[in-house]
Design a protein around this ligand. Structure first.
Ligand code: NAD
Length: 456
């Protein structure tokens, strides 16, 4: 198998060395084909996402297919501008020179995907890498099996089969891929595997983006509109059954706000899912038995305020709010990645900030407040990959804003122009001429050195 991986990468490297991916026309053609892939195969992709995650069509279209297709449309509109050499402003010392920044593709890129949004987080970075002129090896997550198969089936039908190849498999195959030399690695997944990928990349000093997860806090300030806030928090938590990297992981609020939140949540959940949420077609399922066991365990022994029902046959976990959790509880030790929402009580926003800053830097931070002072306090005194104030998840979909983590929630970012920039090396280029006046001016650098030259 390892020699197979070598063949895959060699094929891509040979294709890159032909130079064809450097032509903007070639990239545009591939991106147009990529768009057609989404347009012509939507039913097949929806079916695979349904089989893997019980995703409702509305979530699959909005957060997987349309999300990626819109990114490609924006890229096609902007690509010529992005790809052209940049001309930074010049200082007097370079007045007669050309100063350019070339956007050089890295070469052969490895994209390793996660299973929770298996189209968005696997194929989104692929489109950005193509736009930037790279060849790409794509390794979808083996846990979203049906979607991985669809990706492996469709990519060769629409994209250049030497430049863009799909490898299927799990940890073993990923390790074998990581034994190869790449020019860039883009990984989406857990902190644990992110460290493995980063260590492997370090062997060849391969630049790497790590899109990881973590516990994203949600501060609910007393000044917030609790009914609207509750709807937005519940939506962000329970899309894809809580298996969203930017899902609000837990709530920080005072006891009175917590009581109001729980009461609002009960009626909103009934409004959304009726008497038996398990029958709702809108609600996802946990990806596999291992994750089902892991998430279910978090409920045991906890103070369940809302929900709590689980069904291993269907890997269904009801929307569950855990009241009054403590910092030392199991729920607060790891990213939940399921439909469980603990409430940790704090007296005020300062205590919330202290709690957040005692822990790893989160991928996302949410704050609900009408008080500008509270908003400024939180924004200026916390560090996170991104923030949404008075909603959840939505910052991840803002056009042309960078999406990525910081500290243990990741390094690097993408989306829009930031995605293009991730996959190019910014090559500083100075083009001088043989003009005699310019030569005279710059000859001050030549020996013999002197005190008077130092003053110039
Ligand atoms: P994971 O780390 O288990 O798997 C990610 C990839 O690594 C998969 O392709 C998998 O095949 C591979 N892999 C797994 N074990 C490996 C090993 N031992 N050696 C080498 N490769 C291995 O992550 P996951 O379970 O697919 O995804 C869940 C995590 O991803 C969560 O933490 C979530 O927050 C995070 N996530 C982050 C983003 C983001 O954009 N920041 C998006 C989605 C998910």
């Amino acid at each position: 198998m390892a020699s197979n991986m070598n063949e895959v990468v060699t094929k891509a490297r040979n294709a890159f060395n032909t130079g064809r991916t450097k032509a903007v026309e070639f990239r545009e053609k591939q991106l147009r084909n990529f768009l057609r892939l989404y347009e012509e195969n939507t039913p097949q992709i929806l079916e695979a996402l349904k089989a893997d995650l019980h995703k409702h069509k509305q979530e699959s279209v909005a957060m997987e297919i349309a999300f990626n297709a819109n990114e490609i449309r924006t890229t096609l509109r902007e690509l010529r501008k992005w790809a052209a050499p940049e001309k930074p402003s010049k200082s007097f010392s370079n007045i007669s020179d050309d100063v350019l920044i070339y956007n050089d593709p890295y070469g052969v890129v490895l994209v390793l995907g996660a299973w929770n949004y298996p189209i968005q987080v696997t194929l989104g970075p692929v489109a950005a890498a193509i736009a930037a002129g790279n060849c790409v090896i794509i390794k979808p997550s083996e846990l979203a099996t049906e979607t991985a198969n669809v990706i492996a089936d469709l990519i060769p039908k629409y994209l250049d089969s030497e430049c863009y190849q799909v490898v299927l498999g799990g940890p073993k195959e990923t390790q074998q891929l990581l034994e190869q030399k790449f020019d860039y690695i883009f990984f989406t997944g857990s902190l644990r595997v992110g460290k493995i990928v980063h260590a492997a990349a370090n062997r060849d000093l391969t630049p790497t983006t790590l899109e990881l997860g973590g516990k994203s806090p949600c501060i609910l300030d007393p000044s917030a509109d609790i009914d609207i806030a509750t709807r937005r928090i519940l939506w962000g938590k329970w899309i894809n059954a809580g298996q969203t990297c930017v899902a609000p992981d837990y709530i920080l609020c005072n006891r009175e706000v917590g009581r109001k939140f729980i009461s609002c949540a009960e009626s909103i959940l009934h409004e959304w899912y009726g008497d038996d949420p398990q029958k709702s077609l809108d609600f996802g399922r946990i990806i596999n038995d291992t994750h089902f066991q892991r998430v279910s365990k978090l409920i045991k022994g906890a103070k369940v305020a809302v929900g709590g029902k689980t069904d291993p046959q269907e890997r269904f976990i009801e929307l569950t709010i855990l009241d009054d959790v403590k910092e030392t509880d199991l729920t607060m030790q790891e990213e939940i990645f399921g439909p469980i929402l603990p409430i940790l009580y704090v007296d005020d926003v300062n205590e919330a900030i202290k709690y957040i800053n005692r822990n790893d830097k989160p991928l996302a931070l949410y704050l609900f407040s009408k008080d500008k002072k509270v908003v400024d306090l939180v924004l200026n005194n916390t560090s996170s990959g991104g923030v949404t104030v008075n909603d959840t998840v939505m910052h991840a979909g803002v056009d042309n804003a960078p999406f990525g983590g910081v500290g243990s929630s990741g390094m690097g970012n993408y989306h829009g122009k930031y995605g293009f920039d991730t996959f190019v090396h910014k090559k500083a280029t100075l083009v001088k001429n043989f003009n005699s006046i310019a030569e005279k001016l710059s000859s001050v650098r030549y020996p013999p050195y002197s005190e008077s030259k130092l003053k110039l």
